[in-house]
Design a protein around this ligand. Sequence first.
Ligand code: OSB
Ligand code: MG
Length: 369
Amino acid sequence: MKIERATLREIPLRLREYFEISSGGQQDRRVLLLTLYAGGLESWSECVAMERPAYSSETTDTAWSVLTEYLLPAVVGTRPDDPSTDLLDPVRWVRGHRMARAAVEMAGWDLTARARGVSLSALLGGSRAPVPVGVSVGLQPSDEALHEAVAGYVADGYARVKIKIKPGRDVEMLGSLRARFPELALMADANSAYTLDDLDRLRALDELDLTMIEQPLGHDDVLDHARLQREIATPVCLDESIRSDGDAALALELGACRTINIKPGRVGGLAESRAIHDRMRAAGLPVWCGGMLESGVGRAYNVALASLPGFTLPGDISASRRYWERDIVDPEFEVHGGQMAVPDGVGIGVEVDVERIEALTVRRADFSA
Ligand code: OSB
Ligand code: MG
């Protein structure tokens, strides 16, 4: 299949709610959308890099640069036998920049799925549908605001609620939330806001019956997380620290976590995501699909990935309307009874609103063979 053309676009999307994590907050998302054209097929994917290098070292602008200077010029004009596995072959020499690479790799999966007339979920080997989903709640200005936000998501039926924490907005805040919602499947995500010097605080969190604590320590640490996991009963979940299947192997070997939040962008695509899933499944440990405040395009890939059998824990794959006034795909993603349907149409299985995307585009680069 010849990759004839590619278009990269940036569109701004405003979040319905300001979203704050331990490293800062944001109201607006700069969404990068990639379109590949091959053999009469058209595939859309999303690059999930954030605006600032706070979650990872990549940003919207570094991804734009790597995609337009290196990845897309090298890939357009090639004839991969199977885009889902071969598309990135010409740029295997590129190190890092996993979110940029993942955008191309994921479009390759959609191309192969379309060429075979199957859904992305089926191509990946998905077997679960619908999939259980939760919601990630940002830091709130007060405990009252947090309780109100959580009550709303509980009413929406989410299967678990994740709360962003940081030093000073942790033990007392979650304690009062736990008292208000004694049965709720509750977890915390620190985005690396603590060190082992905070062990007393982390031990206090251990008393709150959390389903897990996500990435409490250094963004690139594995060893201290292993030390922490030996000290607390609550499962540690790694997010930022797992950038590859090799990182997952190391974390398992050291006992640094009991589950992993898999984000295809963070690990360079769907093949690496599936490898981590397979490794964890073989070890008898559950995984779940994380989120990066994606538009419906990125969400479609996440929900397909989450249909793999080892994704037994609810993902950060929330309804379109949790993020956006209006999404850029049709139909929008919805949550019913804590679950989300897995599209069974060909490829990602949702229609991209090209007209609206054209109207929103603030930056565009085109590549042709
Ligand atoms: O740490 O999981 C995270 C959003 C942006 C960057 C990092 C994270 C998150 C979330 C939100 O928790 C997940 C989502 O709803 O997309
Ligand atoms: Mg996280």
